[in-house]
Design a protein around this ligand. Structure first.
Ligand code: F6R
Length: 615
């Protein structure tokens, strides 16, 4: 959740790190800080609030050849300057930034008690910083270089919990150390300079040559070189990879917000996700990285999807799609629950994780638990080289491009699209006919155009948003595949506008939520044609009868009692397999425009952070 950037090179540490922090701010944005090592020792600047506060405090003071920096999302301790990172050991020798949670920090503090170390903050991180200083002091007799490295290693072996760290030491101006366990950390290899970061995004403008660290690995960097070893000193061979996206994709361009940009990018992100993924006879999907044979996939009796948040909603859509088109029973689990639940599963169960970032700790831990039990694991993932992608047996990349807005939009529709293609593929391995396959492929190919047409209604949706921004409660109601879209609509609205919103299967409303309906609680209905359309209309009338305002998002082919509905948003008529994607677009636009009306910071909603790497 927090962001880390570390630099060692030729006198531009502050500038590079500040640029990196700005690109990482979506990871956490309650405070930030930079420490640079120069002849006067560790120069640390920390501020609460956004990175721009830090930039102002730093002024032109951005030189230095070695530094570490951090943008924080508070876990232990309030949002204060004292709790912001970097933390410096009380003997002034060690500076450290940390992402993750050190669960045994209190016992570390107890261990250090009476040994001369003091604490200025309420954080778990400061305990580790002082522990490294303690081990560094204890290893006095060794030569300086390995002394620093050994002190870091030794301290990390005592950590219970998770960490991505970057560390520097006043006695070692030519060395930077990074390490990870459970929180992502990458190395950027430059010319006469090297970097570490929690996220490719932070440094891809400096170098496209990247090494992904694995858990329990430590990297020791100078400006010319780096070496990787495990926390128990086994040497590790580095695999250098090239970042495969254009860094301009992570820039705002002409848009006001990343959320807006990412909503409007969807025709393109969906096109990228399906490019080259249909068979020559256009009757099924093809995926390069599944690493499971058609026979393996045919023998799966059940699929369990694991995810969190918006990605969990995408899994619910996948459940409908795969059961409908491939006839395989599907279950969807919150990753955070699955990992502790010890659910009995059939031996031929296939586990699929969906994660935009590929770093969500609950999803990663659930995948590890499934692997420990011997299940085959796949992921649908938007971050090439992420932990989840690397730890699953195979998977499908979304290729939606970097998603910077904290509220997920284009990653969600891309996850649904990949799920639809997977449903098609698995269906064609079983009972879905060639003709049905051809029809589905044809429908999928129309998706970018239909999404563009839906986006063309943004002006009308912005007008509706103006009217509804004043309400404090809102219900989202839909049936079948529209139920997860209702859940996602409600999540999006509450995340970015702080309006209390809930999603329900439309018919469930009568079993409790109807008590909320009044002229002050609008309902957003998601209505698609088909056998239950009339039932959705009946649910709408139940709301109207209780004076609840109704916004109805419906397919062009749905005949609506227009006089009874307050607002109507139409989406183009389409094949049912792509309906959930088209219906998501108005949900996203509505939330975005309502949040703007309410003056909310849509790209950095309060209390949230992109990529949740703490449990
Ligand atoms: C909401 C949102 C979150 C994420 C969730 C999982 O807009 O973005 O709910 O969907 O934290 O994140 P990933 O997909 O990165 O595993």
């Amino acid at each position: 959740m927090c962001g880390i950037v570390g630099y060692i090179g030729r006198d531009r540490a502050g500038r590079v790190m500040l640029d990196g922090l700005k690109r990482l701010e979506y990871r956490g944005y309650d405070s930030s800080g930079i420490a640079v090592l120069n002849s006067a020792g560790i120069q640390s600047t920390r501020r609460t609030g956004r990175v721009k506060e830090l930039e102002v405090a730093l002024g032109e003071n951005l030189g230095g050849t070695l530094g570490i920096s951090h943008t924080r999302w508070a876990t232990h301790g309030d949002v204060t300057v004292a709790n912001a990172h970097p933390h410096v050991s009380s003997d002034g020798k060690i500076a450290l930034v940390h992402n993750g949670v050190i669960e045994n920090y209190l016992s570390m503090k107890k261990f250090l008690d009476g040994k001369g170390y003091t604490f200025q903050s309420d954080t778990d991180t400061e305990a580790l910083t002082n522990l490294i200083a303690y081990h560094y002091d204890k290893e006095k007799e060794q030569d300086n270089k390995s002394r620093f490295l050994e002190a870091v290693r030794k301290s990390l072996t005592h950590v219970e919990g998770t960490f991505g760290v970057a560390v520097l030491c006043t006695d070692c101006p030519g060395e930077l150390i990074g390490a990870r366990k459970g929180s992502p950390l990458i190395i950027g290899i430059g010319k006469n300079e090297n970097l570490i970061a929690s996220d490719v995004n932070a440094i891809a403008h400096c170098t496209q040559n990247i090494v992904y660290l694995n858990d329990n690995e430590v990297v020791h960097l100078s400006s010319e070189d780096f070496s990787i070893s495990t926390t128990n000193s086994t040497k590790v061979e580095a695999i250098i990879q090239t970042v495969d996206w254009d860094t301009a994709q992570a820039e705002l361009g002409d848009y006001s917000h990343f959320m807006e940009k990412e909503i409007f990018e969807q025709p393109e992100s969906l096109k990228n996700g399906m490019r080259g993924r249909f068979s020559d006879d256009a009757s099924t999907a093809v995926f390069g990285g599944l690493n499971l044979s058609p026979q393996d996939l045919r023998s799966a009796d059940r699929i369990v999807f694991l995810a969190c948040g918006t990605a969990w909603h995408a899994c619910l859509v996948a459940e409908y799609l795969i059961e409908r088109f491939a006839r395989i029973p599907v279950e969807v689990e919150y990753a955070s629950e699955f990992r502790y639940r010890n659910a009995p599963l059939d031996k031929n169960t296939l586990i699929i994780a969906i994660s935009q970032s590929g770093e969500t700790i609950d999803t990663l831990a659930a995948i590890r638990e499934a692997k420990r039990k011997g299940y085959r694991t796949l992921s649908i993932n938007n971050s090439v080289g992420s932990s989840i992608a690397r730890e699953c047996e195979g998977g499908i990349y979304q290729y939606a491009g970097p998603e910077i807005g904290v509220a997920s939009t284009k990653a969600f529709t891309s996850q649904i699209m990949i799920s639809a293609m997977l449903a098609l593929y698995l269906g064609r391995l079983r009972s879905l006919s060639y003709g049905d396959g051809v029809e589905i492929v044809k429908a999928m190919k129309t998706l970018p155009k239909l999404v563009s047409e839906t986006l063309d209604q943004s002006g009308a949706i912005a007008t509706i948003a103006k009217k509804y921004a004043k309400y404090e409660d809102c219900l989202f109601l839909g049936r079948q595949m529209m139920f997860p879209i209702a859940l996602e609509g409600a999540l999006k609205l509450k995340e970015v506008s702080y309006i209390h919103a809930e999603g329900y299967p439309a018919a469930e409303m009568k079993h409790g939520p109807i008590a909320l309906i009044s002229k002050n609680c609008p309902s957003v209905f998601l209505a698609t044609s088909g056998e239950i359309f009339q039932k959705s209309l009946a649910n709408m009338q139940e709301v109207k009868a209780r004076k609840g305002p109704v916004i109805c998002v419906a397919g062009e082919d749905c005949e609506l009692p227009e006089a009874d509905i307050d607002e109507i948003i139409r989406v183009p008529k389409c094949h049912e397999i792509i309906q959930p994607i088209l219906m998501s677009i108005p949900m996203q636009l509505l939330s975005y425009y309502i949040a703007l009306e309410r003056g909310c910071d849509v790209d950095k909603p309060r209390n949230l952070a992109k990529s949740v790497t703490v449990e």
